[in-house]
Design a protein around this ligand. Structure first.
Ligand SMILES: [Zn+2]
Length: 398
């Protein structure tokens, strides 16, 4: 049977343009949040004939953070979820936009607007999929479930992280997360590194550069300390995992805060930051314990105080196997629709698929975009909306 999903293109695009017009910038970036956009989407889903469940949370600023669950239950024993997010980052410098970021416009195959790609494109694809399956009464082989969530752009505290505690996701449920595209869909993301940002403050004693005996040079000691941490971690945590590029954990000294204003002053304080991207094989607590041991040694030997603060800690300990059900289904569907076999890959960045994986669910991250997320003049291609919808549809037929 030929599946003419294009016939619903105009219906979905009409909705999609109005959807993008509703500003849903994450409140963490000063926006007004996802509430109004969610209400508009909920109406559309109900018009399609879907049953909708809302799970809304109030955040610490008082904003309602909506989450919408819907889907098509065909009484199958396996379910495939799509995880999509409603929020966006802010538009950035408006002078750099060719068009108003909240008045989306179509130019040939492209739709310009904030959130058009991230995560709008995949939302449009999944709506197309839902409408097609409902209108044509397609007998799907797996239940189709969808979660439209809040707060992906700022840590998922009021979105997937909270939903995972609500017992919504069950056994025999598998996840497609269309929120990152690697080389036009040639790769399926199955693994992510843990991310840790560390701030290390060394406190010594300020003094005159000509009288170092009366001072404790925090910068000198900090440099020794940070290099020792750096070398120690590279030596001890040196495993390879060839799904990733680079295939090792990375430990980088990054930002350093400015210290004294004069060349003739010995700095009494030094602040250095690390960015770690750690393979899922390693436990972050082990790494931090090692760092604390080095810190204690320095405090004892150099008469300084060292404060260590975790600015960010986002762990990922599990990989979704390329032999898993969901990987195999998606791989086969891409082969059928695109004529190539995608490859599994791990990335150093992060998507919220990691929270599902940490809870033991299999989740694959895949879509086809031109990687315009978070940029000015963000756009998505209508052809990608259609072609990804076809890949998703085939997943339910094979
Ligand atoms: Zn996104």
């Amino acid at each position: 049977m030929h599946h003419n999903i294009e016939q619903y293109k105009n219906n979905v695009l009409n909705f999609f343009l109005k959807f993008l017009e509703i500003d849903a910038v994450n409140p963490s970036f000063g926006g007004r949040g996802e509430y109004e956009r969610a209400n508009f989407l909920e109406n559309y889903l109900e018009e399609l004939g879907l049953k909708v469940t809302r799970i809304d949370y109030k955040d610490d600023k008082g904003y309602i953070r909506p989450n919408i669950i819907t889907g098509i239950d065909n009484r199958r024993d396996k379910s495939i979820w799509f995880l999509l997010h409603l929020d966006t980052v802010d538009p950035g410098n408006l002078d750099l936009w060719k068009y108003d970021p909240f008045k989306p416009v179509i130019v040939d195959d492209k739709i310009f607007g904030r959130g058009s790609e991230d995560n709008g494109q995949a939302i449009a694809s999944v709506l197309l999929l839902l409408k097609y399956i409902l209108d044509k009464n397609i007998d799907i082989k797996y239940n189709l479930k969808v979660a439209f969530v809040s707060d992906e752009e700022a840590g998922s505290k009021y979105g997937i992280k909270k939903l995972l505690k609500e017992n919504i996701f069950k056994e025999n449920e598998y996840f497609i997360v269309p929120d990152a595209s690697i080389e036009n869909g040639r790769f399926i993301e199955i693994a992510e590194k843990s991310i840790v940002w560390l701030k290390i403050r060394v406190i010594g004693k300020q003094g005159h550069a000509a009288m170092p005996d009366h001072a404790i040079n925090a910068s000198r000691i900090s440099m020794k300390l940070c290099l020792e941490i750096d070398e120690f971690l590279h030596r001890k945590y040196s495993k390879r995992n060839d799904f990733f590029n680079p295939p090792i954990s990375t430990f980088e000294i990054t930002k350093r805060e400015r210290n004294v204003n004069s060349i003739n002053i010995i700095p009494g304080e030094d602040v250095t930051y690390f960015d770690f991207r750690v393979l899922p094989e390693y436990n972050i607590d082990d790494i931090l314990n090692d760092i604390y041991k080095i810190k204690n040694k320095y405090e004892k030997n150099y008469n300084v105080r060292v404060e260590i603060e975790c600015i960010a800690r986002d762990e990922c300990y599990k990989i979704t196997s390329p032999n898993s059900f969901i990987y195999k289904i998606l791989e086969k569907s891409i082969e059928i629709n695109r004529g190539f076999k995608p490859k599994p890959i791990g990335i150093g960045g992060g998507t919220y698929a990691r929270y599902l994986r940490n809870k033991g669910y299999d989740a694959v991250v895949w879509q086809t975009t031109e990687n315009k997320a978070h940029q000015v003049n963000e756009y998505c291609r209508i052809s990608n909306i259609l072609e990804d919808a076809k890949v998703f549809l085939t997943c339910f037929l094979i």
